[in-house]
Design a protein around this ligand. Sequence first.
Ligand code: SAM
Length: 302
Amino acid sequence: MMNRLAISEQTRRLLAKYNLQLKKRFGQNFLTDPHILEKIVTAAQIHPEVGVIEIGPGLGALTEKLAERGSPVIAIELDQRLIPILNELFQGQPNVTIIQGDALKVDMLEIINRFQDVQEIYLVANLPYYITSPLLIHLLQNRFPFKRLMVMVQKEVADRLTAHPNTKEYGSLSVFAQYFAKVEQVFTVPRHVFVPRPNVESAVVRLDIRDRPSVQVTKESFFFQIVRASFAKRRKTLVNALYAVFSSTLSKDKITELLCAAQIEPKRRGETCSLEEFAKITEVFSDYFSSNRHLQLGGWKK
Ligand code: SAM
């Protein structure tokens, strides 16, 4: 196993050999510490029966650790300049496939379907920071058949993903992630293990996708609209936050009445509500809209 200096040196050697300038806009902060790489694959519980999709292999440090566990790995890298380097690094390793593409735009299902004889599909990545939230939303919302997402993200995003009600980190991203997955912050990662050093600390988060969402709602998109509306103006009470969105179809008194019917004190703020409480609000509002069909859901301000 290479020590940290060796990996660091390998990164620098590859950069020099190919005369590569790293691109900040691609979120290129490469991991150089083999212990952290090892910790990620261990925490992800990678084994040969797991097919792994890696987003952003960079210079292949994490890819190599994943491949060492005997898993078939498909790595999707946006930066065209890295593709020949990765192909050279992994030539002769039939379990590693490199694909050039944007993780937000590739046909993920088609890529997943390339795995044969695997029991589960995991996604493992040191994510480029600029796409973290859109990518997680894309992966969860489209219900790709991932069983686990093991991702390194900015510590601040990790805190939001795992946050509980009544904390300043708790917001629509927390509700979204926890609706689809059991989310756990596994360990934090200091800045000095990256080349170049990012400005902020990172953390590794494991999202174990639930077979069924953590709360049951009749209309999922409406649930997320209620959640987003409740957090849109954090200082507003729920009644005011929801009125800001529903004012074309519902009076403030009606919103107050519906919140009370959901057993939610209207003066509370969105950040105090659990997923179960958001689900209750959603159900009461949907029932009201279904029994008053002239007030179409679409009638409310976007
Ligand atoms: N996995 C490597 C490591 O841990 O050292 C590199 C991680 S680096 C934080 C993020 C990588 O994602 C870079 O190689 C970058 O070029 C790539 N990337 C950026 N945007 C991407 C996108 N939309 N789709 C796929 N890869 C992307």
